[in-house]
Design a protein around this ligand. Structure first.
Ligand SMILES: *[C@@H]1O[C@H](CO)[C@@H](O)[C@H](O)[C@H]1NC(C)=O
Ligand SMILES: *[C@@H]1O[C@H](CO)[C@@H](O)[C@H](O)[C@H]1NC(C)=O
Ligand SMILES: *[C@@H]1O[C@H](CO)[C@@H](O)[C@H](O)[C@H]1NC(C)=O
Ligand SMILES: *[C@@H]1O[C@H](CO)[C@@H](O)[C@H](O)[C@H]1NC(C)=O
Ligand SMILES: *[C@@H]1O[C@H](CO)[C@@H](O)[C@H](O)[C@H]1NC(C)=O
Ligand SMILES: *[C@@H]1O[C@H](CO)[C@@H](O)[C@H](O)[C@H]1NC(C)=O
Ligand SMILES: *[C@@H]1O[C@H](CO)[C@@H](O)[C@H](O)[C@H]1NC(C)=O
Length: 542
């Protein structure tokens, strides 16, 4: 009997009751300054904020500069330079995917008994079925395969291609044509939660289309009545952005509410994260804000790689704080695996770059992570790493045309506490935990609002001519290039960069395949690589 009990202590701990549900909300191209908890009052995000205040704000949190590299890092626990995903994104007609030799997050969680669901964007390869979510550890997927879609008609268009891109598993989901994508994701995520068998752990990833811009004919879309709530925002694009963001925020509230009603919330970890920096000031036709950071998506300035994120869970021991632990996307794989009760020694032979930082985050312990490889892209010629508080830039992207500071700051007006306390997220949280009072929230917002020290004169940085060096701890806005002032530190970082560069694998980008054009496939983006036989010349009829 005693023997049986001790077996159960071991086995039962590793099974049902201890494995937390893991829910990831991934926002696309959302800016640092587009969430209320970082200090902007312009576009309320009450549902996201409620999670941040009762969980932890991830203040020193880094993503990568672009969608595909970012998602590959999150899924594999490896920097894109170690999987060949460091250059650009996977294009709709490109025969490329995240290498199948990589085992990814949902597959690891399945080993621990999780049910795994992806709702929304994939963007890690679709040219062959074997690269698609259902063959890479997800039990279900509804959403799209390429980088972005129009939020209503679900087509993806750029100057080379135009095609429908919405799927239910492998099937084309044209029955959903015309429905607002964020609403589809909300409904689907709630359905997954409601149908979930509570005696098994759940992994749900909702990879939103928002805030990515859509197609050129109407680049930012949200329901008219929601956009109209922001008539006080003069900038038309920003007003539409506000509509999209409101829908995103409401979606998160509804999913959190469903987790609460289902009784799952007590044992759930929720991550809300952007995938890369915001597309600001018209970049990609979009209107995000990374204020007061420098740069945009697709650059390695803080505005391109410092992500807006929070972690929420009753399992976090030190809650309601602005967490200063340095964290990178690659850390989620071992961190979640560890929180799920898995033995992280499984990663040793896989050579991942991530650290298990679950205890550091939960208990407010120092983070093992001191260095970050932001990226090395020798094709576009830009690289950046951080070592402790120092950050070096070698080269820059887009010929330096996006190396500026962009607004809006959104600091005008007052924070709407009422809206936050009455949000669906807040209501769900209140049934199991406490939300901090207004004073506490005010101090949390204060602590997570980045302020540029404008008394620091801007010391010119011309990364196309010479590397730049910044002290991020005192100068997060990258205003004072200290390369000349601190030549020995610059040298140290450059040799560290060289060391890291020596471990990089070549990028695996491919030329686009003309046969992939949706015009040959009923105007649908498809797994064109599975149909090689169609390349044989047609038989001549005589
Ligand atoms: C679209 O066309 C422009 C001009 O021809 C070109 O510079 C750009 O790279 C093209 N974009 C894509 C995604 O192919
Ligand atoms: C729920 O999962 C448990 C454990 O896997 C299983 O025994 C049970 O039959 C499942 N219930 C339903 C309704 O599928
Ligand atoms: C918006 O435009 C109106 C009318 O031109 C102007 O009075 C107002 O100051 C503007 N608001 C902002 C925030 O720029
Ligand atoms: C993080 O904050 C703690 C106090 O909460 C402080 O002791 C520590 O030095 C800070 N670490 C960094 C990297 O800022
Ligand atoms: C994790 O796995 C390693 C290697 O199999 C083993 O040596 C170690 O004891 C395990 N740790 C725990 C906590 O089970
Ligand atoms: C890059 O920018 C410089 C000025 O900063 C300009 O002279 C040059 O023509 C640009 N090159 C390209 C390819 O746009
Ligand atoms: C990385 O190494 C490659 C190959 O030696 C070299 O061509 C490239 O310039 C290096 N990149 C950086 C950023 O040092």
């Amino acid at each position: 009997m005693l023997w049986l009990l001790s077996v159960c202590v071991v086995l039962c701990r590793a099974s049902a009751d201890v494995r937390p549900n893991i829910v990831i909300f991934l926002a696309d191209d959302l800016g640092w300054n587009d969430v209320g908890f970082h200090g902007s009052n312009q576009i309320p995000t009450p549902n996201i904020d409620a999670l941040a205040y009762s969980g932890i704000v991830l203040q020193n949190y880094y993503v990568t500069h672009l969608c595909t590299p970012s998602r590959s890092a999150l899924m594999t626990g490896k920097y894109p330079i170690h999987t060949g995903m460091q250059h650009a994104v996977i294009r709709g007609k490109e025969p490329r995917g995240l290498p199948l030799s990589e085992k990814i997050l949902p597959q690891y969680l399945k080993d621990l008994g999780y049910k795994t669901h992806l709702v929304g964007k994939w963007h890690l390869g679709h040219y062959k079925k074997e690269y698609l979510p259902l063959n890479r550890g997800f039990d279900s997927h509804i959403g799209f395969w390429t980088g972005k879609i129009d939020l209503y008609d679900h087509t993806s268009m750029d100057n080379e291609t135009w095609g429908f891109d919405f799927r239910r598993g492998f099937e084309v989901a044209d029955d959903l044509f015309g429905q607002y994508a964020t609403d589809i994701y909300t409904k689907e995520a709630v359905k997954v939660v409601n149908a979930h068998n509570k005696s098994e752990p759940l992994f749900l990833m909702v990879a939103h289309s928002a805030m990515h811009s859509g197609n050129p004919y109407e680049i930012l879309r949200a329901p008219e009545d929601v956009i109209n709530r922001f008539s006080h925002i003069n900038d038309t694009q920003r007003r539409k952005y506000a509509g999209m963001l409101t829908k995103l925020d409401e979606s998160i509230g509804e999913v959190v509410e469903s987790l609460g009603k289902k009784g799952l919330l007590e044992n759930t970890i929720i991550l809300f994260s952007s995938d890369n920096g915001g597309a600001a000031a018209g970049y990609n036709g979009n209107a995000a804000s990374n204020y007061p950071f420098k740069g945009v998506k697709n650059t390695l300035w803080e505005g391109g790689v410092r992500g807006a994120a929070l972690l929420w869970s009753p399992l976090i021991k030190q809650q309601s704080r602005v967490a200063n632990q340095t964290f990178h996307l690659v850390d989620w794989l071992p961190t979640f695996y560890s929180a799920a009760g898995g033995n992280t020694s499984v990663f040793t032979e896989r050579n991942i770059d991530g650290y298990d930082l679950w205890e550091a985050l939960s208990e407010d312990q120092p983070s093992e992570r001191t260095n970050i490889v932001h990226n090395i892209d020798d094709i576009w010629g830009f690289a950046s790493i951080t070592v402790d508080n120092w950050k070096v830039h070698k080269g820059t992207n887009l010929n330096g045309t996006w190396d500026d500071w962009y607004g809006p700051g959104g600091r005008e007006g007052a924070y709407d506490f009422d809206l936050m306390y009455k949000s669906k997220s807040a209501e769900a949280i209140k049934t199991i935990a406490k939300l901090p009072d207004q004073d506490k929230i005010t101090s949390l917002r204060e602590a997570s609002t980045i302020k540029c020290d404008n008394s620091i004169p801007i010391t010119p940085c011309k990364p196309l001519e010479a590397p730049c060096l910044f002290d991020i701890s005192t100068d997060p806005c990258e205003r004072r290039n200290m390369a000349e002032e601190k030549p020995e530190i610059l040298q140290e970082l450059l040799s560290e960069l060289e060391k890291v560069n020596a471990t990089a694998v070549p990028p695996i980008n491919k030329e686009v395949d003309p046969l992939a054009d949706p015009k040959y496939w009923g105007r649908v983006f498809t797994n064109f690589g599975d149909f090689e036989r169609l390349r044989t010349p047609p038989v001549k009829c005589t």
